[in-house]
Design a protein around this ligand. Structure first.
Ligand code: FES
Length: 140
């Protein structure tokens, strides 16, 4: 096995791979820029989050892709909040026992209004407008 044969052939191959990778990345960035706004709690008005049946009464569901958590504190009463924890920006990961939980540092927020139940977060989860029609939950 000679080291000379490899390096002679590899630069060309490697360069083309890098070029293809860069082109792919540019494509991704372009798609991202023209698509969702990104940043804190993405998602655009009208975007479908899921079905209402995914959101249990007395609980909620985290739609992490859109950065939104939807709760149903009482039957048929749906609330939307940003899923981005105001403490240090983790995405909240769980809804259980009446709270929206961030596992990064243990903050908990009320499913009724997003208020802080347990720190270290000191700010509530910001509300997000949602609309439920039939079994579909959308960003409003
Ligand atoms: S980022 Fe959520 S508790 Fe720290």
């Amino acid at each position: 096995m000679s080291d000379e044969a490899g390096p002679l052939g590899r630069p060309t191959t490697r360069r083309s791979v890098v070029a293809a990778g860069a082109a792919g990345l540019t494509g991704l960035l372009g798609a991202c820029g023209s698509g969702s706004g990104g940043g804190e709690g993405g998602g655009e008005p009208g975007e479908r989050l899921g079905s209402a049946s995914q959101v249990p009464e007395g609980g909620g569901t985290v739609f992490g892709e859109q950065g939104v958590v939807v709760t149903q504190p009482a039957a048929g009463e749906y609330r939307g909040f940003s899923a981005i924890c105001p403490h240090q920006g983790c995405t909240v990961s769980d809804v259980r026992d009446g709270t929206i939980d961030c596992l990064c540092h243990g903050s908990k927020f009320a499913i009724e209004d997003g208020s802080v139940v347990r720190g270290p977060a000191t700010e509530p989860l910001p509300p997000r407008e949602i609309a439920v029609s039939g079994d579909t939950v959308r960003l409003a």
